[in-house]
Write a protein that binds this ligand. Structure first.
Ligand SMILES: Cc1cc2nc3c(=O)[nH]c(=O)nc-3n(C[C@H](O)[C@H](O)[C@H](O)COP(=O)(O)O)c2cc1C
Length: 397
């Protein structure tokens, strides 16, 4: 062995891999985030509506779907690349939309966009992002970027947001349709969590119990965009503020048609759980639907995304529209299960929020490494040569 490589080996041994590098799963990144973030912030990300049944059902649905691996196929280097909503991606896993990433890390959404672009997949910037969309787009550096729209009551707000997405070079628009009202997030109520965060007895107790965690978080809030709504900053705020406006019970199929007419690129409706709604979204001009119950954060008791996926994919079988799914996707094997049930791809959200909270851009990079390695390993073990070749027979019924 050459002296130089021996030296490198010794150096590597002296510098054991950090906790992020050692994270082997999404759960490991979640555990790191839990240790770093104040309880109210961790719970804002981790929590769901009411008794959190739907959030739990999202996970259980995957567990109850056993895979049926094919033997002696010779598959050793499966292809994970595909195309979602017209965007070429290195794997069928897109980072979905979540507001207020500035609460978990000072680098906020630009760090997520940069990590996604480097991994060759899309990040969906939310209308309620902490950082301005132009900063997120700059960080993506020409890599794939989608935009999620909350169709505000005031159409001028919508037009402004769509225009920003066009100018930022977003390649697909995702319209969220499952927020006629805000879900009841009981963990937030118990923690006294508000947007923007305020001093409450529960927060003071947590701060006294975990002073280092809180000092770090106060720095996060001071250094980054924190609880700002960066993408909305230069739009005229509606009466009652943005949060009041995005929960829009009057949003209609007619509005979806109107949005279709405003947006030149691929469009998907997010928050569909019924086959008839999926068909209607396609009739309104959507190029895809995202089967989602908002991670169980809206209607608790709503069916698991994976259960709804089967019906939606069957309903759209003869359409050109794509079907994506989110809610509880945590492993490569989950992605394979979703594809087997008819999905074209998956979105993950809490995983990137945890990864960002754990270690900023490096955390999100590690998350995508984990998903990619997981997916490759699952395909090899299941004997499937590519993500596009995953069919219903990948599941043992
Ligand atoms: C902290 C947080 C914020 C979210 N914000 C939004 C949002 O602004 N717009 C939206 O359409 N969905 C939002 N969602 C829902 C996600 O896009 C997604 O549907 C859900 O979290 C997927 O489930 P998963 O977290 O289990 O991957 C949010 C979810 C979380 C956890």
């Amino acid at each position: 062995m050459e002296a130089r490589s021996l030296l490198e080996l010794v150096r590597a041994a002296a510098r054991p891999p950090d906790r992020v590098t050692r994270a082997a799963s999404v759960d490991d990144l979640r555990a790191l985030a839990r240790r770093r973030l104040p309880r109210m912030v961790f719970d804002f990300v981790d929590g769901a509506a009411e008794e959190e049944w739907t959030a739990a059902a999202n996970r259980t649905a995957f567990r109850e779907l056993p895979l049926a691996p094919r033997a002696l196929t010779g598959v050793s280097a499966p292809v994970t690349a595909t195309e979602l909503l017209g965007t070429p991606v290195s794997l069928p896993v897109v980072l979905g939309p979540a507001g207020l990433a500035g609460l978990v890390h000072a680098d906020a959404e630009p760090a997520v966009a940069a990590a996604a672009a480097r991994a060759g997949t899309a990040f969906t910037a939310a209308a309620l992002s902490s950082a301005p969309l132009r900063d997120i787009a700059a960080a993506a550096g020409g890599g794939p970027l989608w935009f999620q729209l909350y169709a505000t009551r005031d159409r001028r707000g919508c037009e402004g947001l769509i225009q920003q997405a066009v100018e930022a070079g977003c390649s697909a628009l995702v319209v969220t349709v499952d927020t006629p009202a805000a879900g009841l997030r009981e963990r937030d109520l118990r923690n006294g969590f508000t947007i923007p965060p305020s001093a409450t007895p529960a927060a003071a107790w947590d701060a006294a119990s975990h002073p280092l965690r809180w000092m770090r978080w106060v720095q996060t809030m001071l250094r980054g965009p924190g609880a700002a709504f960066g993408s909305l900053a230069h739009l005229p705020p509606p009466d009652g503020g943005w949060l009041g406006d995005v929960f829009n019970a009057r949003l209609s199929w007619e509005d979806l048609r109107w949005i279709r007419a405003q947006w030149p690129g691929p469009l998907a409706a997010k928050g569909i759980l019924r086959p008839d709604d999926a068909r209607r979204a396609v009739e309104c001009g959507c190029d895809g639907v995202i089967v989602s119950n908002h991670g169980g954060r809206q209607l608790d008791g709503a069916r698991a995304s994976l259960q709804a996926l089967v019906d939606v994919a069957t309903a759209l079988h003869d359409e050109r529209a794509q079907v994506l799914v989110d809610g509880g996707v945590r492993r490569g094997a989950d992605v394979v299960r979703a594809l087997a049930l008819g999905a074209d791809g998956c979105l993950v959200v809490r995983p990137w929020m945890w990864a960002l909270g754990a270690a900023g851009e490096r955390g999100v990079q590690r998350l995508l490494e984990i998903f990619h390695a997981d997916l490759v390993r699952t395909l090899v073990l299941a004997g499937i040569p590519s993500v596009d070749a995953v069919g219903p027979d990948a599941i043992g019924r």
